[in-house]
Write a protein that binds this ligand. Structure first.
Ligand SMILES: Nc1ncnc2c1ncn2[C@@H]1O[C@H](COP(=O)(O)OP(=O)(O)O)[C@@H](O)[C@H]1O
Ligand SMILES: [Mg+2]
Length: 286
C-alpha cells in the first residue's frame, strides 16, 4: 500500500509459550572460540582492527567474535558496517548480507543489567529452566527477542524481520537508508499524529491478541521508515501468561497515549487500555 502508516495483513497464529530446549552452556561459537583455529584468529584480528566496526577488544569476548564468525560462515553477514547504537545491554551495528543491509544487535553479556531484566524474566516460563548464570540468561533473552519478533510479524505488526540468532547476537532486517538508520518516533516531527496513533493502537491490539505484551513500548522503541511505523526492541516482551503482563500492558498504553496526547491526539492511557482490552481476545485460542 502506498499511503502513510499502512497496516500489514495478519497471519493468524495461536498464542502459546513455544520454547526450544537449547544447550546454553557450550554453543558452537564457544567451541570455535575455544579452538581458535588460524582462520578464526585472523577473522577476529581483522574485525578488531577494522575502522568501521569500531569494537574495542574489551567490549566483546572471543565467543562473541566466534558468533560473528559463524554468522559469516553461514552466509548471514558478508561485511561489517558501522555502529548504529550503543545501549545499556546491547550494541547495534549495520552489516552487509549480499546486497542487503542488515542490523546486528550484539548483547554484551557482562554489561547486562539484571535488575532491569529481572522484572520481565521472573514469572516467564521460558526463563524458568535455564538456571541463573548471566550467559544463559542473555542467550535465552536473545532467542526470546528473535521469537517475539517473529510472532509479532506473523500477527501483522511491522517489526524488523528477524534473520538469524547466534549465541548473543541477533541479525535482523535493517530499517533505514544509506543515509542512516530510521528515526525513532521521539526524534521526528510526527506527521498525521491521529493516523500514527491509530496504527500504533492497532499494533498494541494485534500483539495482545496474539498473546504478547511489548513491555517497553514508547516513542523510543518505534521507528518511522518510508512513512511506516515499525515496533522494535522486543527482547523483554512477555506473553499474557506472565504474572505482570497486565502491568506491562498498562505501562505500554500509558507511554503511547501520553506521547500522542502531547502531539494533540485526543486520547488517554485509560482510553487506550480500554480499547485494547475490548478489542483483543488473547486467551481465545488456548
Ligand atoms: N533493525 C534496526 N534497524 C535500524 N535501526 C535499529 C534496528 N534495531 C535497532 N536500531 C537502532 O538501535 C537502537 C537500539 O536498539 P534497541 O533494539 O532499541 O536496543 P536497546 O534499546 O535495548 O539498546 C534503536 O533505538 C534504533 O535506533
Ligand atoms: Mg530500545
Amino acid at each position: 500500500m502506498d499511503g502513510e502508516y499502512g497496516l500489514l495483513d495478519t497471519d493468524e497464529t495461536a498464542p502459546g509459550d513455544e520454547w526450544e530446549e537449547i544447550d546454553y552452556t557450550d554453543t558452537e561459537a564457544d567451541r570455535i572460540a575455544r579452538e581458535r583455529d588460524r582462520e578464526f584468529s585472523q577473522f577476529r584480528d581483522r574485525i578488531t582492527d577494522a575502522d568501521q566496526f569500531k569494537v574495542e577488544a574489551s567490549v566483546f569476548d572471543d565467543a562473541t567474535f566466534a558468533a560473528l564468525y559463524k554468522l559469516v560462515q553461514d552466509g548471514h553477514i558478508d561485511a561489517f558496517g558501522g555502529p548504529i547504537s550503543t545501549g545499556k545491554e546491547a550494541n547495534v551495528y549495520t552489516a552487509l548480507a549480499g546486497d542487503q543491509t542488515v542490523a546486528v544487535k550484539i548483547y554484551r553479556i557482562n554489561a547486562s543489567d539484571f535488575r532491569d531484566m529481572g522484572e520481565y524474566m521472573e514469572g516467564d516460563p521460558r526463563f524458568e529452566s535455564i538456571g541463573g548464570d548471566k550467559k544463559s540468561i542473555v542467550l535465552a533473552w536473545v532467542r526470546a527477542e528473535f521469537a517475539n519478533l517473529d510472532r509479532a510479524r506473523r500477527a501483522g505488526v511491522r517489526v524488523p524481520t528477524p534473520v538469524a540468532v547466534e549465541r548473543n547476537v541477533l541479525v535482523m532486517e535493517y530499517l533505514g537508508t544509506a543515509e542512516g538508520r530510521a528515526r525513532r518516533l521521539g526524534e521526528v516531527t510526527v506527521e498525521n499524529p491521529d493516523t500514527a496513533y491509530e496504527v500504533l493502537r492497532e499494533y498494541v491490539r494485534r500483539l495482545y491478541d496474539a498473546g504478547l505484551v511489548h513491555g517497553d513500548l514508547s516513542e523510543y522503541n518505534v521507528v518511522v521508515e518510508a512513512s511506516q511505523l515499525y515496533v522494535i526492541d522486543l527482547g523483554q516482551a512477555v506473553t499474557v501468561h506472565h504474572p505482570n503482563s497486565d502491568e506491562f500492558l498498562e505501562r505500554d498504553c500509558r507511554n503511547v497515549a501520553n506521547f500522542f496526547h502531547r502531539q494533540g491526539v485526543d486520547t488517554s492511557p485509560d482510553q487506550l487500555l480500554a480499547y485494547v482490552r475490548e478489542h483483543a481476545d488473547p486467551r481465545s485460542e488456548e
